[in-house]
Write a protein that binds this ligand. Structure first.
Ligand code: HEC
Length: 158
C-alpha cells in the first residue's frame, strides 16, 4: 500500500511527492515513520511494562524522571521540565509514544528531550564510527509498553 504522508510539523519535508512511507535514516536502525508514529517495534522487540518502569526511573538507563513526573510512581525525585506523563496511554498510542521516545527532536526540533534512538553523523562517517543510541531497542520497547499502559482509569502499577 502506498501512503501519502503529511510532513510533521517541523519535521523533514518529503521530496518527490507522495511515495511510500518515509524510511528514517538517522536512527540506530532504519525505521518507517508514518505520520507522527513508528508503527513497528524497534529491533523486533516485545516490550515489557515492568522493565519499562525501571528504565524510566533508573539513572543508569532512561532516567526520564529527571524531566517527567507520573502520578503514583514510586521514585524519589520527579522533575517537571517536561510534561507530566500521567495517563499518557489515554492520549497516545504505542506507535506515537515510540517515535517520541526514539526521536523527540523529529517532532519538536528545539526540545531539550534527547532523541534516545538517534545516532549522529550516519551519513558522514563509516558504519564503524557510528555512535550507539542512548537507549537500546529493547529499553525503548519496554518504555513504550509501560507508558502506553498509563491510563487514568484503572491505573496500572505506577
Ligand atoms: C531533559 C528533559 C527530558 C528528559 C530527560 C526526557 N524528556 Fe520527555 N519530554 C521533555 C519535554 C520538554 C517534552 C515536551 C516536548 C517539548 O515541547 O519540548 C517531552 C515530551 C515527552 C513525551 C510526549 C508527551 C506528550 O504529552 O505528548 C513523551 C512520551 C516523553 N517525553 C517520554 C520521555 C521518556 C520515556 C524519557 C526517558 C527515556 C524522557 N521523555 C526523557 C523533556 C525530557
Amino acid at each position: 500500500m502506498r501512503a501519502c504522508l503529511a510532513a510533521l510539523a517541523g519535521g523533514l519535508l518529503l521530496t518527490g511527492g507522495c511515495t511510500e512511507a518515509e524510511t528514517e535514516q538517522r536512527l540506530a536502525e532504519p525505521v518507517t515513520v508514518e505520520g507522527d508514529a513508528i508503527p513497528a517495534p524497534l529491533g523486533g522487540e516485545t516490550g515489557d511494562a515492568a522493565r519499562g518502569r525501571v528504565v524510566f526511573v533508573d539513572r543508569e538507563q532512561g532516567h526520564c524522571v529527571l524531566c517527567h513526573q507520573v502520578d503514583g510512581l514510586d521514585a524519589e525525585f520527579q522533575g517537571n521540565v517536561g510534561p507530566a506523563l500521567t495517563g499518557l496511554g489515554d492520549r497516545l498510542d504505542p506507535a506515537q509514544i515510540r517515535l517520541r521516545v526514539a526521536d523527540a527532536q523529529r517532532i519538536w526540533p528545539d526540545t531539550v528531550m534527547p532523541s534516545y534512538y538517534r545516532v549522529y553523523g550516519l551519513n558522514q562517517v563509516g558504519e564503524e564510527y557510528r555512535g550507539e543510541p542512548a537507549l537500546t531497542a529493547r529499553q525503548i520497547e519496554d518504555l513504550v509498553a509501560w507508558l502506553a499502559a498509563l491510563k487514568t482509569e484503572g491505573n496500572e502499577d505506577g
